[in-house]
Design a protein around this ligand. Structure first.
Ligand SMILES: Nc1ncnc2c1ncn2[C@@H]1O[C@H](COP(=O)(O)OP(=O)(O)OP(=O)(O)O)[C@@H](O)[C@H]1O
Length: 359
């Protein structure tokens, strides 16, 4: 008997090895992963990190070499084939390339998972139409996939994935082939399904932007391991690993901004009372309050070169790069005060975020 929990998925000490001729590939190495019911959980990593292999373990599309897979409180490796078939229906997948059948209509594609089940033809039709309405494609029932845009195809794939009334939806790079606007609309749809159907969503991506827009929690994978995990707002503002930091900086444009700024201004010509600084703040601190606090309270001058505010899992997160001019005492006091208020500061002396730490 497995203990009953509120977790949708528990992977315990999972390893997956492939044999490629003489070579063994360790695609997943001793991974533990717990995903609460109703969560939107992101898994991010570069190509080859082992993300797809790991999520395919959830419905045993990929048998793990070692470890335990618990889905909906069932140890699914112990299920009989007929029970496993039932359990698998509760876990649906969507993919980057939609995998629709060209020769069937949109409605035919959505009905496909219901063929061979006990429900009647009329019920099947009604269910497909209801799902097409849910994904905003009612008027496309008789259309063929070839006549649809990428975003519409993904909506059909989502409707088809929902046909078996799943409790878990796995999205494997489902927005990677879509433009930014369409990506946004598909992510909005996933968010809505998570909310309205209490669908647990496991979302694989290589883009932190995607994680940021809909996930509550995130795990970062590298070379078969989870190297960092936690609530998205925390991982975003306090990345512990360099790889995580790279993903964060790329998605916030901070890295690009630093490169642009340090190539256009000459830090070597700064006066003794000038610093190039990076600020990062969550929640109520705003660009205005950071700037006004610095300039009014501590008599330092702030010349903003870059500023950006992000929404991460419902929280405001701000990033700012500025040249600060002022006397040392006021400057140090300002930094101390901001640190107390949760504003992170770094001196970008050599043009990178790695060196020079005002914290
Ligand atoms: N069936 C297989 N046989 C042999 N090696 C495999 C197999 N499936 C995956 N691999 C290898 O396992 C490693 C992890 O692959 P996986 O597809 O899980 O990574 P990923 O993070 O999902 O990357 P991508 O985003 O490119 O799909 C890679 O080195 C890959 O070549």
């Amino acid at each position: 008997m497995t203990e009953t929990t509120t977790n949708a998925i528990e992977l315990k000490n999972i390893s997956v090895h492939f044999n490629n001729g003489d070579q063994q590939i360790d695609a997943v190495k001793n991974v533990d992963l717990t995903i609460p019911r109703g969560d939107i959980y992101g898994i991010i990593g570069y190509s080859g990190a082992g993300k797809s292999t790991l999520v395919r373990v959830i419905n045993l599309l990929q048998k793990p070499t070692a470890g335990t897979v618990i889905v909906n409180n069932q140890k699914i490796q112990q299920l009989k084939p007929v029970e496993l078939r039932q359990a698998r229906k509760k876990v649906s997948m969507i993919f980057q390339h939609f995998n629709l059948m060209k020769s069937r209509t949109v409605q035919g594609n959505v009905e496909y998972p219901l063929l061979g089940t006990k429900i009647s033809k009329a019920e099947r039709h009604a269910k497909a139409l209801k799902l097409l309405k849910l994904v905003g494609l009612s008027e496309y029932a008789d259309t063929y996939p070839g006549q649809l845009s990428g975003g519409q195809k993904q909506r059909v794939a989502i409707a088809r994935a929902l046909a078996s009334d799943p409790e878990i939806l796995i999205s494997d790079e489902a927005t990677s082939a879509l433009d930014p606007k369409t990506t946004k609309s598909i992510l909005e749809l996933l968010k809505q399904l998570n909310r309205d159907l209490n669908l647990t969503i496991v979302l694989i991506t290589h883009e932190m932007q995607v994680i940021k827009s809909i996930c509550h929690n995130v795990a970062v994978m590298d070379a078969g391991k989870i190297i960092e995990r936690g609530p998205v707002a925390k991982v975003f503002t306090e990345p512990q690993q360099k790889l995580t930091n790279d993903f964060v900086e790329t998605s916030t444009n901070v890295k690009e901004a630093i490169e642009r700024i340090t190539s256009t201004i000459k830090i070597s010509e700064f006066k003794a009372n000038q610093e190039l600084m990076y600020f990062n703040f969550i929640g109520n601190s705003t660009k205005q309050s950071v700037v006004s606090e610095l300039s009014q309270k501590y008599s330092v001058d702030v010349n903003i070169l870059f500023a950006n505010i992000d929404q991460i899992d419902g929280e405001n997160v701000g990033y700012m790069i500025a040249i600060i001019t002022g006397d040392l005492a006021g400057f140090n006091e300002a930094i101390r005060q901001m640190k107390n208020e949760g504003v992170k500061t770094r001196i970008l002396t050599d043009g990178t975020l790695e060196r020079g730490d005002g914290q």
